[in-house]
Design a protein around this ligand. Structure first.
Ligand code: FES
Ligand SMILES: [Fe+2]
Length: 377
């Protein structure tokens, strides 16, 4: 007999302390109903990274994105205000803006030429004379919540609840920890897209394993991290993993671009990561594309993005690239195993895997809330 979604959710015990806890069950990574529920709750109700502020500096700048499977567009208006909308034409639902980013004086749908102002108001409707009971003022682009933090714009599709403001969900602790890193001194240089043949949570779990896999899978990275002093610190909705950096015995390519005192790895529930080294930062946005397909967008930032720093920056990106390549095969392997009849759930390392434990409990809370206390889905 097939279990209900509610039963699948309740097969995880969120109250078990780490030393007794198991991972979320394999079905959460393989059951389409859980995936659909995650999109409409975890992703639609959280603040999701949508754009970098450096893409939206001038009036008319816009960025399109896909959040929780929904097309959206962020636009800087003539009044300099940022606004977010569903990127869906009110006529027959075509995407109004079709480029990933750009600059426009108005938002023009390519299908039948309807136009919207930068503030989302419907302005032009060619060949529409004689249409009755049609009020332009109620046919503007449908707005979504947006807010900014550090270098990024986040959006939220769900109903706006002031208690769930971006600031509240990030939390004062995280905001205070990131501020002294002075991210304003870092400049975006490059974006890369990676595809993983696994559920999005496999990628997040892999990220949150407290360095457990690093000595086995990432020899280069392992040579600069002090594995035995790797630390895991859970916040309310984020996890910081950090490690002292060692230079002695460092593999040459990695050692050349991973310097300084420490490496900081911030994960913010559910799917955004900030990886910070002295002189380099990258962010990861984990996007579910299918139950077993995940896109991860990497943005690379450096203090100096001039031509004179080009070789060093390229070398740094290449080191990051190699690490992702090393993770591709293992993520695919895990997804295969999660589909196996031999596996249901696994135990967690107390020393290493507190971050995964936090992730699984937060996820449980969201899914449990979504199906309601009585279950019955
Ligand atoms: S769908 Fe946009 S103008 Fe028709
Ligand atoms: Fe890895």
């Amino acid at each position: 007999m097939t279990s209900s979604v509610s039963e699948l959710i309740d097969s995880y015990d969120p109250n078990a302390p780490l030393e007794q806890a198991a991972t979320i069950p394999a079905s959460w990574y393989t059951d389409q109903r859980i995936y659909d529920l995650e999109l409409t709750t975890v992703f639609a109700n959280s603040w999701q990274f949508a754009a970098r502020l450096d893409q939206l500096t001038l009036p008319g700048n816009y960025v399109t994105a896909d959040v929780a499977g929904q097309p959206i567009v962020i636009v800087r208006g003539s009044d300099n205000t940022l606004r977010g909308f569903y990127n869906v034409c009110r006529h027959h639902a075509a995407a109004v803006m079709t480029e990933p980013e750009g600059k426009a004086s108005q938002l023009r749908c390519p299908y039948h030429g309807w136009t919207y102002s930068l503030a989302g108001e419907l302005k032009g409707t060619p060949d529409f004379a004689g249409v009755c009971n049609f009020d332009r003022s109620t046919n503007g682009l449908v707005p979504i919540g947006q807010d900014q933090w550090e270098k990024w714009v986040f959006v939220r599709l769900g109903n706006f609840d002031p208690k769930a403001s971006l600031e509240n969900l990030l939390g004062a602790d995280l905001i205070e920890q990131i501020r002294p890193l002075k991210l304003q001194n870092l400049h975006w240089l490059e974006r890369r897209h990676y595809t993983f043949d696994c559920n999005w949570k496999v990628f997040v779990d892999n990220y949150l394993d407290g360095g457990y896999h690093v000595p086995h899978l990432h020899k280069g990275l392992d040579s600069v991290l002090d594995y035995s002093n790797y630390q895991i610190e859970n916040g309310e909705r984020f996890c910081l993993q950090w490690s002292p950096i060692v230079s002695e015995g460092a593999e040459a390519e990695t050692g050349a671009v991973r310097k300084g005192e420490r490496a900081l790895y911030y994960w913010i529930y559910p799917n955004f990561m900030i990886n910070w080294y002295d002189g380099a930062m990258d962010t990861n946005l984990v996007i579910p594309r299918a139950i077993d397909k995940t896109e991860v967008i990497f943005d690379f930032y450096f203090p100096d993005v001039s031509e004179s720093a080009r070789a060093r920056n390229r070398a740094s990106i290449e080191v990051g690239h190699r690490i992702q390549d090393e993770d591709v095969a293992i993520c695919k392997s895990v997804q295969g195993g999660l589909n196996s009849r031999a596996y249901n759930a696994g135990r967690l390392s107390v020393r290493r895997e507190a971050g995964e434990h936090l992730f699984h409990r937060l996820l449980y809370k969201d899914l449990r809330t979504a199906v309601g206390a009585g279950g019955g889905v």
